[in-house]
Design a binder for this molecule. Structure first.
Ligand SMILES: [Zn+2]
Length: 517
């Protein structure tokens, strides 16, 4: 972490270090000769990052007023026919990159590039997760190119593209999104040499403002550690023997990582070794990582999830049948009793999966289900629709049976929607606005109870909403024939009915939108 500290110190001093005049001379020659193509240190002025924050390492915020600084624009070199300026735009200090079509520029990309060297060393951003920029582009795609110790020629770089839409955007490009271009080695974030903003291929008229470019770190869910915990878990220290709280602890449960909470050891693997530290003869599969210790003799064990230091592992001591001893610092662990563990598992199972959108369901019948489905499919927030039959008394009915009008079913559309994007009330209004709810047991040419107007409700809230809307319609003078009934089983219709209008490219004959509410 020595290097990191150097960066912090550099930032505090607010000083930017550039190479001496010799290199500036090379730079001028390079620009004059249009030789920006050769990458090897020449061309770009050495430049330290602007500032270090807890979760960010700001490469440039394009702010002009830092004491004793030459204008930041000098750090950014134009590549190809690009024009690079530092200017104020909408109250922000920005890098402004413009340029003409790449075809007319002999194929050389439009880009703004700068070095990320500091103190003559490539930048180490291994503790960061990616690049973040605040930018406003003209709706075309742009890319960030990174060069590392492994890239030597102009065609070698790591590239990640991002779209723009004419608005200010906060763009995050995780390192894993960077694709190698003509380089065999994977991206080495420990040795970054330069960073470039590049107009997308087949670009015409590049135009992008960048307010800030930084390396970012996702906030982790790890527990904040006390200085003593940090000494052991991060800096691989060792607690004094016979002092740890789990040394002589034999309750039933599981030992977890103090830093990240991952389960490490079952209490059933704990044994009395009399060595002064908690000892286990087996780990939970996949929970513990081994690596050769700095002393070259012992084997260090680490939490496989967060890399926190646990202790060391020894074999061949003959202490248990498994012949293994994980010697773990108490301070690296927490303990969950069997009951606590069970309660946690239960609470977790009851929690909705945040990656799964919460969905709700609604059932509407408004005549021929092809037309009903057509309109619901097009509503924002609707995730999926299925046509089928509800409200009847025959199990698994066929279309033919329903068409007789004797099964009691109505042609129904099942709507699965995201309630954070569209409400049941909005869906019910759409239902009324796309069919003639004043007709009894028919919609236009389709006659029979299977074509009735109906809302099949799945809960009290849906029922209440439907009835309120009907009241509003009656006040407006409509003779509403829509029935509101608790839903019975929904039977999906035969495949050839699903998605009918999209499959045929036709539009509904009797479902036309008209605004009522
Ligand atoms: Zn951990």
């Amino acid at each position: 972490m020595e290097y990191y500290r150097v960066l912090v110190k550099g930032a505090i001093m607010g000083a930017k270090r550039r190479l001496a005049a010799v290199k500036a001379g090379i730079l001028a020659v390079a620009i004059g000769a249009g030789l920006l193509v050769v990458w090897g240190g020449a061309g770009l002025a050495e430049e330290e990052p602007a500032r270090v924050e807890r979760d960010r390492l700001v490469i440039d915020d394009f702010s002009p007023k830092r004491e004793g600084d030459s204008p930041t624009s000098k750090s950014w070199l134009a590549g190809g026919p690009a024009k690079v300026q530092i200017e104020k735009h909408e109250g922000r200090d920005c890098l402004h990159l413009t340029g003409p079509a790449s075809a007319s520029s002999g194929g050389s990309a439009i880009r703004a590039e700068r070095s990320v060297f500091a103190r003559r060393r490539p930048l180490d951003v291994r503790t960061y997760d990616g690049i973040r920029l605040t930018a406003k582009g003209n709706g075309r795609p742009y890319a960030i190119h990174l060069r590392t110790r492994a890239t030597r020629f102009p065609g070698q770089y790591y590239r990640a593209e991002f779209p723009t839409n004419g608005q200010w955007q906060d763009i995050k490009l995780p390192f894993r999104k960077f694709m190698a271009n003509s380089v065999v080695q994977p991206l080495d974030t420990g040795g970054l040499m330069s960073l470039a903003v590049v107009a997308g291929t087949n670009e015409s008229d590049a135009n992008i403002y960048i307010d800030e470019i930084a390396f970012y770190r996702e906030r982790t869910m790890y527990r904040e550690l006390t200085p003593e915990e940090e000494r052991i878990i991060i800096h691989k220290g060792t607690e004094r023997p016979f002092t740890g709280k789990y040394n002589d602890h034999f309750a039933k449960g599981v030992y977890t990582c103090r830093r990240c909470g991952a389960e490490l050891y079952e209490s059933s693997s704990k044994f009395r070794s009399h060595c002064g530290w908690p000892s286990f003869d087996d780990e939970i599969p996949g929970a513990v990582r081994r690596q050769r210790d700095a002393d070259g003799v012992r084997t260090e064990i680490l939490c496989n999830n967060c890399g926190g230091h646990l202790g060391h592992v020894f074999t061949g001591e003959g202490l248990t049948p498994k012949n293994v001893r994980h010697c773990v610092n108490s301070i690296s662990m927490d303990f969950l009793s069997a009951e606590q563990r069970e309660a946690q598992a239960r609470a977790k199972a009851e929690q909705p999966d945040p990656n799964q959108p919460r969905t709700e369901r609604a059932l509407f019948a408004s005549g021929c289900f092809w037309g009903t489905e057509y309109h619901f499919q097009r509503a924002d927030g609707v995730i999926s629709t299925t046509v089928g039959y509800t409200g009847g008394h025959v199990e698994n009915p066929t279309y033919k049976q329903v068409c007789t009008g004797r099964t009691g079913h109505a042609e129904t559309t099942e709507v699965i929607y995201d309630p954070t994007k569209i409400t049941y009330e909005q869906l019910a209004k759409l239902f009324f606005e796309t069919h003639d709810f004043t007709q009894l047991n028919r919609q236009g040419p389709d006659i029979g109870p299977q074509y009735r107007s109906a809302i099949f409700t799945l809960n009290e809230d849906q029922k209440k909403t439907a009835e309120e809307l009907i009241q509003i319609l009656r006040k407006k003078g409509f003779d509403v024939k829509t029935e509101v009934t608790p839903a019975s089983k929904f039977w999906p219709a035969e495949d050839y009915h699903q998605d009918y209008y999209n499959k045929t490219g036709k539009t509904p004959y009797c479902h036309i939108y008209r605004k009522i509410f």
